[in-house]
Write a protein that binds this ligand. Structure first.
Ligand code: URA
Length: 219
């Protein structure tokens, strides 16, 4: 039986599938509108998020709120989550296996909310959908893929360490306003047949690699 949104949140809160849970205060599933058209995906909870149980409620979150206000979007109208939902100790980067362990929740939130637009905050969220892209080259770009729209942004925390990124992020955010206003002239379409075939072949290659490594053949 499919879970409701509230049931999903409650189940996620009880997760202890990876090592991050043992050092975190609590699981931070996500926050916002279960019927949102826009889903923001960050990296993982920081110190404040770990204490409050709410994503992006610390300094990076304050800047995210400013970015939302700059394009006249209300936080309560979007849904915000992370690639990992327990704070990595000392705010280190999440490890691959931790992201994999949390993937079930990321996918479940996507399935239940079915957003039209994803805003990928930082390289970890970007890598889920576009593993080959480099954020320094594609931040501020928007793509249509699998009939969904993806906006790629630097993580708001970068602006806390280097103030010059504030303008970059504010400027990059304007493409989301355009999309919401129905202007997709800057959106690049990656949904064509050629790309789908390429993706399919790539997936098959990856699956084959997986099968071989499971057999102990590191080819
Ligand atoms: N950084 C993130 O990636 N997520 C949060 O929730 C807070 C800071």
């Amino acid at each position: 039986m499919e879970l409701t949104f509230d049931q999903l949140i409650e189940k996620c809160k009880k997760c202890s599938k990876c090592r991050l849970r043992s050092t975190a205060t609590q699981v931070v599933p996500g926050d916002g509108n279960p019927k949102a058209d826009i889903m923001f995906i960050g990296e993982g909870p920081g110190k404040n998020e770990d204490i409050e149980g709410v994503p992006f409620c610390g300094a990076a979150g304050k800047f995210l709120d400013e970015l939302l206000a700059s394009i006249d979007v209300k936080r309560e109208d979007v849904f915000i989550t992370n690639m990992v939902r327990c704070r990595p100790p000392g705010n280190r980067d999440p490890e691959d296996d931790e992201i994999q362990a949390c993937r079930e929740w990321t996918n479940a939130f996507i399935k239940i909310i079915t957003p039209k637009v994803f805003v990928l905050l930082g390289r970890f969220a970007m890598a889920k959908f576009f593993p080959k892209l480099k954020i320094s080259q594609v931040h501020g770009n928007a793509y249509r893929k699998w009939n969904r729209l993806f906006v790629i942004m630097y993580h708001p925390a970068v602006a806390l360490y280097n103030g010059s990124f504030r303008d970059t992020l504010t400027n990059d955010m304007t493409i989301l306003r355009e999309i919401l206003d129905g202007d997709e002239s800057r959106v690049e379409n990656l949904d064509d047949e050629k790309n789908e075939i390429k993706d399919m072949l790539e997936k098959k290659r990856e699956e084959k690699k997986g099968e071989k490594s499971q057999l102990g053949l590191n080819l």
